[in-house]
Design a protein around this ligand. Structure first.
Ligand SMILES: *Cc1c(COP(=O)(O)O)cnc(C)c1O
Length: 397
């Protein structure tokens, strides 16, 4: 059994109870439904043949409504970080000023990538657990010229959602591009790229899209294409959006795509549309709320501010006398349940559970039940059924 991704390799642990199935409850990668797994196992086809072109055409139709856009979506073999980098490789010149919202780990990564591309990076810092303030961004943009504002839609490190609509009001009528990391929000939390005037929105397959890691997606506005189309000294080749656009109009990709994963993505998108996007988003809200209610009742209150709670990541405060990694290990060892700790300044203090993608009422009740057993196993005294009863009441309200 391999290690949960949030554990260090020096911290070797093994599952003691193989009776439990492996429950992947991270804020990504997330559990892959059987239908998607079966689709991925289909016969591999020629990526320049008619079957593949039909596949990409269908994916395109089903993806646009999730992004809330009429833009052409581009597909890459990539993780989410690759797509963040691709966005910047296509719009920045060395010395360009960018404004990065930092209220968690992913904002810091966006700043690090912009730095690597030679941009002059200004940051607006907000407390971890709070959303970025649109007014503060407006004031910065009034003072200085920025090539781009970089923002994380859903800060997976803290479980906080940014109000992209409000931020978009400040960039909409200016030359500044709004670049949005929607990796942990797409398919879980409403994304309305066109209505919000977001210029580049990127995501990846392993979160709300219920697929294994490996597909990166980018949606590029008309305003952003004008910048992408300019010649610039920054090197770009694999990530060149212009090449991707030239291919996608033929329902192809410039380089060999992750064909098998794309079969899986089509199946996942069909599942989302069968349930309906509105229902999928509502389910994420309902489940996140129930999970928080159950955890709160057991003495694990929500970490982020109430004003901007995520429907895809539940971040919980760990009691003073416990370390988050102990809870993570106990859940894995005893219940085969893989949740995340924190690998940043919240290390030990915050644990995180995904409500992303293929998650049901039963999953939430099971999470809460195992968490309760874990807390008791670690010496807390939680009365039997406390968490499940609160989560169950929330689910039926
Ligand atoms: C998961 C995640 C990413 C992508 O990370 P990769 O490991 O590169 O796929 C990017 N942004 C956010 C907010 C995420 O939650």
């Amino acid at each position: 059994m391999s290690l949960p991704s949030n554990e260090s390799s020096t911290d070797v642990i093994s599952r003691q109870s193989p009776a439990h199935e492996y429950r992947l409850r991270l804020p990504g990668p997330t559990a892959v439904p059987q239908r998607v797994q079966s689709a991925i196992a289909k016969t591999l086809v020629n990526h320049r043949g008619p079957e593949f072109r039909a596949l990409l055409r269908e994916i395109e139709q089903l993806t646009k409504p999730l992004f809330g856009t009429e833009n052409q979506i581009l597909y890459f073999a990539s993780s989410g970080t690759g797509m963040m980098e691709a966005s910047l490789a296509n719009i920045l010149r060395p010395g360009d000023r960018v404004l990065v919202m930092k209220n968690g780990q992913w904002g810091e990564r966006f700043a690090a990538i912009a730095n690597a591309y030679g941009a002059k990076v200004d940051s607006l810092e907000f407390p971890w657990g709070e959303p970025p303030e649109a007014e503060a961004i407006g004031r910065k943009l009034a003072q200085d010229d920025y090539a781009a504002v970089l923002i994380t839609h859903n800060e997976s490190s803290t479980g906080v959602v940014a109000d992209i609509a409000a931020i978009g009001e400040h960039t909409r009528d200016s030359p500044t591009l709004l670049v949005v990391d929607a990796v942990s929000s797409l398919g879980c939390i409403p994304v309305e790229q066109d209505a919000w005037a977001a210029d580049i929105v990127v995501s990846a397959s392993q979160k709300g899209l219920m697929c294994p890691p490996g597909i990166g997606l980018a949606s590029v506005s008309e305003k952003a294409w004008e910048i992408v189309d300019e010649e610039r000294p920054t090197p770009r080749f694999y990530w060149d959006f212009r090449k991707a656009r030239a291919s996608i109009v033929k329902n192809e990709t410039p380089f060999t795509p992750p064909v098998s994963l794309l079969w899986g993505l089509l199946e996942a998108l069909e599942m989302i549309h069968e349930e309906s996007i509105a229902e999928v988003l509502a389910r994420h809200g309902r489940l996140a709320q129930a999970l928080r209610a159950g955890c709160d009742a057991m003495g694990l209150p929500s970490f982020p501010s109430d004003s901007a709670l995520s429907n895809s990541v539940t971040a919980l405060q760990v009691p003073e006398d416990l370390d988050g990694s102990t809870i993570v290990k106990h859940l894995y060892n005893n219940y085969g349940t893989v949740i995340a700790g924190s690998r940043n300044r919240l290390k030990g203090r915050v644990i995180r559970i995904g409500t992303m993608g293929h998650v049901s009422d039963g999953d939430i009740l099971t999470d809460v039940h195992f968490l309760e057993a874990t807390l008791n196993g670690l010496g807390r005294q939680v009365a039997s059924g406390t968490g499940v009863s609160a989560a169950s009441a929330s689910l039926s309200s």
